[in-house]
Design a protein around this ligand. Structure first.
Ligand SMILES: Cc1cc2nc3c(=O)[nH]c(=O)nc-3n(C[C@H](O)[C@H](O)[C@H](O)COP(=O)(O)O)c2cc1C
Ligand code: FES
Length: 616
């Protein structure tokens, strides 16, 4: 591979890449992101290639790309140039796709998306509301590039921003552009990126580092993984520009080892960028030297916290330390270090290419640009969703997500991961940006959105998140270690119907103490699920305590199963399945459940074909 020695060679290289591409050719963009690989995309790719060869269709290229976000429907493919989207594709469909669509020009209706709200068959990707209602500045590139091909990245304008920055801007101008754009950190806190860069640049010392935080420990969140594995060069380009602006010569991508594809594609991207001279010494003929190392994390939630992450990179135990000093003053090995999230870095080339003025027109007054959210839970369309900051939560849930499935009603949305907060259905029109969510006690975090319907018990769900945080607390500070455990004990007591109203008072007091007195963000935010559920769903807590009742029928200790004698046919199916032998009755006569033996597993209700088993 030739080295690109200056900015004019960069454009020559791009021209060469584009000249070798047939602009009008037919091609299939097949997602081979982690989600689609798990549902068989690798076998689909092999079958498609086999069938194309058999049919002698040499002009059709199968491009294995990153994740476009609709993972629930994977394996996903789009046939270009028409833009026909096929979902849930199986290797057995390959022959049909080649014969009927590629040769015969027919759209296979069984493979197209069917809108769950309207039952309408939608053939083109651009017409699917899940996509058409988004603004995908970052994610839209994933299905266009093979992440293992740097040429593909060049073909979509990749590394042009680097050329622009190194070819005609000073570090101060780059920082000014990022500041003017209004970019804020996508890792959770929303700190202004340009300001952080400037602080690190101004910090004392010649040795400085930049770090990409790809730890992404929130359960249910996978946006950083999708960007890093789907378009790794965009992250690299952002880091190189950032390092130039800050004056760093070395960078680290800290990525959890549970993301093997992201590790593989990022490693390959670094290697290719080095071969092209985009990493190394005198990049693009400048006096700027910079290289990137990939460090694999062991997969602890707390290692996403910046000081714990740095300790982990240094080879120490991944636990946070007191701040200040902040990483921009004293970071890796005591040197000024700038840490940004994957998505933050991926936004940088966009800003440099299109300018701060353009970027700052997107989003809300205080939060500019777009944000990727992982939309999961009780929602019709799950997946990754990218929207301008400030978009109403209701537009995400109903417009893009298609609302809650079945007859159920929306109850709440957990925003910002396990230590985020619950937004109740009545506040569903909240604008999703840093300040908007904070007003309601929640936070944006890294962008997890878990949708809950009215079958969810809010006390139980708060306890679920507390348990996660308890297990993930590093235990370094007492209030976090002991405080979360005591809170978990109290909420467990409530779910078991053993708590008093004094316990509820104690829980609230403890939540405030933990929030105010722990050292790092894990402890500070751990009480959020409890505090927000108390804020919006206090009657549910009180009902558990006073009436020993769980209206959602989730808290096992508070529910009983019984058999309606009018509906029971005496078939005995439930008795056969009951693991505790708690159900008895003669054949063809109504059965009964022994409440003392019943462990409330619900198997009887799931087994009964006659709707005779009830829960109350
Ligand atoms: C417990 C905990 C976990 C965190 N996990 C992540 C993470 O997985 N990814 C991330 O970018 N930031 C995470 N953060 C935030 C980082 O400490 C830091 O603020 C962020 O990486 C800065 O980048 P940004 O300015 O681009 O957002 C976490 C913070 C806490 C307290
Ligand atoms: S992994 Fe294929 S759509 Fe997300």
């Amino acid at each position: 591979m030739m080295k690109i020695r200056d900015t004019s060679e960069l454009e020559k290289y791009r021209k060469n890449v584009l000249e070798h591409r047939d602009a009008g050719h037919r091609w299939i963009s097949l997602c081979v992101g982690t989600g689609c690989i798990a549902t068989g995309a690798g076998r689909v790719a092999a079958a498609l290639r086999r069938e194309l060869e058999k049919a002698n269709l040499k002009d059709v290229q199968v491009k294995e790309t990153g994740c476009p976000g609709f993972c629930e429907r994977g394996p996903l493919m789009v046939i270009h140039p028409q833009g026909i989207l096929y979902q849930n594709v199986k290797p057995e469909n390959a022959a049909d796709i080649v014969k009927r669509t590629l040769k015969g020009g027919e759209v296979i209706s069984e493979l197209v998306y069917v809108d769950p709200s309207t039952d309408q068959h939608i053939e083109l990707e651009k017409d699917i509301p899940f996509y058409s209602k988004q603004k995908r500045l970052i994610l839209s590139n994933n299905p266009l590039v093979d992440p293992t091909s740097v040429e593909d990245y060049f073909a979509i304008g990749g590394y042009a921003a680097l050329g622009k920055a190194l070819g005609g801007m000073t570090p101060a101008q780059v920082i000014e552009e990022v500041k003017k754009a209004g970019l804020r950190g996508r890792g959770g806190a929303g700190f202004p990126t340009g300001v952080k860069w400037e602080t690190t640049r101004r910090a004392h010392g010649r040795v400085k580092y930049v770090v990409c935080n790809a730890d992404e420990g929130d359960p249910g969140a996978f946006m950083n993984r999708s960007v890093l594995e789907g378009n790794p060069h965009s992250v690299l380009e952002g880091m190189i520009i950032g390092a130039f602006a800050i004056g760093a010569r070395e960078g680290y991508i800290y990525v959890r080892n549970e993301y093997p594809l992201a590790v593989k594609n990022a490693t390959l991207a670094v290697q290719k960028a080095r071969e092209l001279g985009l990493l190394g010494t005198s990049i693009l003929g400048s006096h700027f030297d910079f290289d990137i190392n990939i460090v694999r994390g062991a997969g602890a939630f707390v290692c996403g916290e910046e000081t714990a992450l740095m300790a982990s990179i240094e080879g120490k135990k991944g636990v946070p330390r007191q701040r200040p000093p902040f990483p921009s003053q004293e970071g890796l090995w005591g040197r000024p270090t700038n840490i940004n999230n994957v998505e933050t870095w991926a936004n940088v080339p966009l800003i440099i290419n299109k300018g701060a003025e353009w970027y700052s027109t997107i989003g809300s007054p205080s939060s500019k640009g777009t944000k990727i959210f992982a939309l999961v839970g009780k929602i019709r369309n799950t997946g990754l969703v990218e929207v301008p900051l400030g978009t109403k939560l209701s537009d995400i849930i109903y417009g893009i997500g298609g609302g809650v499935p079945g007859e159920r009603k929306l109850k709440a949305v957990q925003c910002g991961g396990p230590s985020g907060g619950m937004i109740s259905a009545e506040h569903i029109d909240v604008p999703v940006d840093y300040e908007g969510l904070k007003k309601y006690g929640a936070m944006m975090g890294s962008g997890g959105l878990v949708v809950m319907d009215d079958s969810t018990c809010m006390v139980d769900i708060a306890n679920y998140f507390l348990k996660f945080l308890l297990e993930e607390s590093c235990g370094k500070c007492t209030t976090c270690r002991e405080g979360i455990e005591r809170m978990h004990e109290l909420v467990t007591k409530i779910t078991e119907g053993k708590a008093t109203m004094d316990d509820l008072g104690l829980l609230e007091e403890l939540a405030t103490v933990v929030q105010d007195s722990t050292m790092c963000g894990l402890g500070n935010t751990a009480p959020n699920p409890v505090l927000t559920t108390l804020r919006y769903f206090r009657p549910e807590y009180e009902e558990h305590i006073k009436q020993k009742r769980c209206q959602a029928g989730v808290c096992r200790a508070l529910i009983t199963y019984w058999i309606d004698p009018k509906k029971c046919t005496g078939c005995g199916a439930c008795a056969k399945k009951c693991p505790e032998e708690a159900i008895s009755g003669r054949k063809k006569e109504a059965h009964t459940i022994d409440a003392k033996k019943c462990i409330r597993c619900g198997v009887c209700q799931a087994t009964c074909k006659f709707g005779a088993v009830w829960r109350r």
